[in-house]
Each structure stands twice: as structure tokens, then as C-alpha cells.
Design a protein around this ligand. Structure first.
Ligand code: NAG
Ligand code: NAG
Ligand code: NAG
Ligand code: NAG
Ligand code: NAG
Ligand code: NAG
Ligand code: NAG
Length: 398
């Protein structure tokens, strides 16, 4: 269940069980238990083994000094890993939205941790829009958009005027704002923190592969539409789409770029696609409501492992299944090469900047304004709540 040498954790578990019987715990003992909680400065969020292992056995720190089994984690990734001094920890969600939501909820609500000052650093690979970035690049998002949370009709059963089979819940057409709102459609994170993190990441020496260099050249068209795809890997600030469905092709690429623009009222800039971020953000937001996490301390970094659509003259199937584009290896390596500077930047500027937090000048949170403030996307707090069905359901019950 836990590493035998971790005396702190052993006492934590005892403290945890004492806390379950909260009412009977004397005040002093209660306080002491709180102080024993693990309070990492940075929590690295990985989604699967290769993303996690790139942080293992590195010269800067040993994140495998403590392995802590946390109830609710994935059966294949049951442990949180931490450095000897617990300043840096790592969790591995498992892939897809359900795994991400369940794992992050379990950690965020676990009595083992005090995460009120913790920076959550989502650091994974992703598909990439060749109009915005290229293989191996590291991207930093302000918005995470759950693009497939929509109606879908197979496009072959729609009139030929439709350009996509997806249209928002409660909407009659693909370009209409959803009128049935679940609350996880869009998350907006701290834009000021994003700029700082991207600046730290630019200190990194990103790597590339000869295969990726050759594959990228296919996107070099006379129109220049995919200029970003032809350039060497770099740090790019652009947004991430979340979908359990791993998609490929021009139609879905364009459709979900449109969805990102629509859901974020024109601000979102779709560049990467992955299967977890909105789920992770929803869990961190629910914990923030109870002051267990700070939603202004989240960084979403995705490195590009493959293109979301084929190069001109190629096909969506080839792009997904048969191309050896060579982006995967540099994307994994660049999680570390870019991300290590984000982690070190936070730790080395802890007292001056990060302990107190980086104030967000943008709205942060969800479409309901759950954490306060007016969302700068969506129909506004009041209307979003009405459209959530919360009120409708109540009246149905009557
Ligand atoms: C969590 O850590 C913060 C910052 O160090 C501290 O102020 C707070 O009392 C701690 N809360 C708990 C529940 O341990
Ligand atoms: C923690 O787990 C990793 C990976 O399973 C292992 O390599 C490492 O030795 C473990 N650390 C401790 C302290 O047991
Ligand atoms: C997912 O999260 C991103 C980033 O916070 C946000 O921009 C996006 O709107 C979210 N999408 C959905 C559908 O929740
Ligand atoms: C950057 O990385 C490349 C590829 O790994 C390496 O050849 C080069 O020496 C590195 N440059 C610096 C300045 O570290
Ligand atoms: C793109 O193609 C043009 C014309 O063939 C060439 O001059 C240019 O160097 C190419 N750019 C890249 C980045 O490959
Ligand atoms: C995306 O939006 C543009 C502009 O409204 C539209 O022309 C295009 O058909 C849309 N593409 C898809 C696939 O929905
Ligand atoms: C976002 O766009 C929708 C319609 O597309 C509109 O009803 C809403 O007021 C806009 N919200 C903001 C915050 O501008």
C-alpha cells in the first residue's frame, strides 16, 4: 500500500483515519494532522506511462523517492510519486476523460494532501493542428474545450449542405451556441500564469527527429496554409480540445476548430487534441469550490506527437494509421525538455512569486461561473444555469 520507509506517510494514514472520526478528534491533534499533509509545490499530471517515465531517473530530481497508493486511482497507475522532500509529486491519470476525472478527483479530495498552494502541471502529448504548430512543439493552453460533447449524426445521413455531423447540444445547426449546457464544455485557466510558464519553457532545448523533419516538409504548400507545420519545434500558446474519440482528418479538424471558436466566443485557438484535459480541469474545479485546490494554479502543456489531419494529397486514414511521422519520440522527450524549466522556474521563484500566486487578469473557471465572476464565453452565468436543465428537472419533478 505504501513505501515502508515513509514514516511521514504512515503517520498520515493514521491521521487520516483519525480525521474520519473528525468530531471526536481533539482540536490540537486535528491541527497536527493537517500540518503533516503532503503539500507539493508542483504536481505533474501525466496521462500514461511514457509521459510519466520521461520524468523518472532525471538528474534534476528523483520523483520515485516516495510511492504513495491513493484510493481511487487507476488500477494500472495506483500510486502518486513524490520527491524525497515532497516538493514535487506526479500522478498518472490513465487515458481518456473517465480515467482523468476519477483519478484527479481522488487525489484532489484525498485527506493525504494539502493542495491549496500546489501548481498542477498537466504535461502530455497530443495531436496537433498543422495550421498552428508542428510535431515536437510544446503548446500552452488558456482554454480547454470538450469538443465532442455534442450531438452527432453520421454525415452520410445529413443533407450535403452540412460540413460536419457534429452540432452542439440543444442547437439546430453546427454553428449555433449550445442551449443545453453540461458545464464542462469550456474551461479557462490563468492566462498570466500561462505566459510565465511558456517563457520558462522557452529556456528548453527542444529535440526533433529526422523522420519528423522529412514528414513536416509534406505540409509545405504554396498557399502557406500549413506554414506552422513546416517549422522546427517551438513553444506555442494555443488551446487544447478534449475528446475521448481519437479523430483524424480535415473535416473533424476544421469542425472542432470551429467548435472551439464557437464555445469560447471567438477567443479559443484550437491547436491540439487530447483525451483528458477538460476532465482533469472539472475535477480540479470541483475541489477548488471547497478550497482544496486553487484553480489559478493550473498549467496545461501539450507537446505535439502527430498531426490531426493529413498533408495535401494524403488521406485521413493514412494520417491516423500508416504514417510514421516521427513526432512521438520528440514529443515525449520535449515534455521533459520544456517542462523541466517550468518546474524549476516555479521552485526557484517560489518565495518571490509562486507561493503567493500569479493573479489572473482573465476570467478563470467554467461556463457556470462556479468559482465566481462572469465567464467571458458562453451565454452568461444565469442563462447557462437555466440551460443546464437544473431548473427544468426540478419543475418536472413537481
Ligand atoms: C494547507 O497549507 C496552507 C499553506 O501552507 C496552510 O495555510 C493551511 O493551513 C493548510 N491546510 C491544511 C488543511 O492543512
Ligand atoms: C516507486 O515505483 C517505481 C516504479 O514502479 C520504482 O521504480 C521505484 O523503485 C519505487 N520507489 C520506491 C521508493 O519504492
Ligand atoms: C475544456 O477545457 C478547455 C481548457 O480549459 C476549455 O477551453 C474548453 O472550453 C473545455 N471544453 C469543454 C467542452 O469542456
Ligand atoms: C540541444 O539538443 C540537441 C539534440 O539533443 C543537442 O545536439 C544539442 O547539443 C543541444 N544544445 C544545447 C545548447 O544544449
Ligand atoms: C518550402 O518549399 C519552398 C519551395 O519549394 C522552399 O523554398 C522552402 O525552403 C520550403 N520550406 C521548408 C520549411 O521546407
Ligand atoms: C467551419 O466554419 C467555417 C466558417 O463558418 C465554415 O465555412 C466551414 O464550413 C466550417 N467547417 C466545418 C467542417 O464545419
Ligand atoms: C457568446 O456568444 C453567444 C452566442 O453565440 C452569446 O449569446 C453570448 O452572449 C456570448 N457571451 C459572451 C460572454 O460574450
Amino acid at each position: 500500500m505504501l513505501a515502508p520507509q515513509t514514516g511521514l506517510i504512515a503517520s498520515l494514514l493514521l491521521a487520516g483515519s483519525a480525521l474520519c472520526a473528525a468530531a471526536s478528534v481533539p482540536h490540537a491533534q486535528h491541527e497536527e494532522a493537517h500540518h503533516e499533509k503532503i503539500a507539493p509545490k508542483v504536481f505533474i499530471v501525466s496521462m500514461f506511462a511514457p509521459e510519466a517515465e520521461i520524468w523518472w531517473n532525471i538528474p534534476e530530481f528523483d520523483i520515485l523517492a516516495h510511492n504513495i497508493t491513493v484510493p481511487g486511482l487507476s488500477p494500472i497507475y495506483p500510486d502518486v510519486h513524490c520527491t524525497e522532500d515532497f516538493e514535487i509529486c506526479q500522478l498518472i491519470t490513465g487515458e481518456s476523460e473517465i480515467n482523468a476525472a476519477t483519478t484527479v478527483t481522488s487525489v484532489a479530495f484525498s485527506s493525504l494532501f494539502n493542495l491549496t498552494q500546489t501548481y498542477f502541471f498537466i504535461a502530455g502529448i497530443a495531436g496537433v493542428n498543422p495550421e498552428r504548430a508542428t510535431l515536437g512543439s510544446a503548446t500552452f493552453a488558456r482554454y480547454a474545450v470538450q469538443v465532442a460533447l455534442q450531438y452527432e449524426i453520421d454525415i452520410r445521413e445529413l443533407p450535403s449542405t452540412y460540413k460536419t455531423g457534429y452540432f452542439p447540444l440543444g442547437a439546430d445547426f453546427p454553428d449555433q451556441y449550445p442551449t443545453s449546457i453540461y458545464g464542462t464544455e469550456v474551461f479557462e485557466v490563468n492566462d498570466d500564469l500561462r505566459h510565465i510558464a511558456a517563457k520558462f519553457a522557452r529556456r528548453g532545448n527542444l529535440t526533433d527527429s529526422t523522420e519528423a523533419k522529412a514528414y513536416r516538409a509534406h505540409y509545405n504548400t504554396t498557399s502557406g496554409q500549413y506554414k506552422a507545420a513546416t517549422l522546427p519545434p517551438s513553444i506555442v500558446e494555443c488551446d487544447v480540445a478534449t475528446s475521448d474519440v481519437y479523430y483524424s482528418g480535415n473535416i473533424l479538424g476544421h469542425a472542432f476548430a470551429n467548435t472551439t471558436k464557437l464555445f469560447t466566443n471567438g477567443t479559443g485557438d484550437y491547436c491540439t487534441s487530447a483525451q483528458e484535459d477538460n476532465a482533469t480541469l472539472e475535477a480540479l474545479m470541483r475541489a477548488a469550490v471547497h478550497k482544496l485546490t486553487d484553480f489559478s494554479r493550473i498549467i496545461v502543456m501539450r507537446t505535439a506527437s502527430d498531426f490531426d489531419r493529413p498533408y495535401p494529397g494524403s488521406s485521413a486514414t493514412y494520417n491516423l494509421l500508416y504514417s510514421d511521422a516521427g513526432g512521438y519520440t520528440p514529443a515525449i522527450a520535449n515534455i521533459y525538455r520544456a517542462g523541466i524549466h517550468v518546474v524549476e522556474g516555479i521552485l526557484s521563484n517560489w518565495e518571490t512569486t509562486f507561493a503567493g500566486g500569479v493573479e489572473a487578469s482573465n476570467y478563470i473557471g467554467d461556463i457556470f461561473g462556479t468559482l465566481g465572476g462572469q465567464p467571458d464565453f458562453g451565454p452568461g452565468r444565469a442563462e447557462a444555469l437555466v440551460n443546464s436543465g437544473a431548473y427544468k428537472k426540478r419543475s418536472l419533478r413537481r
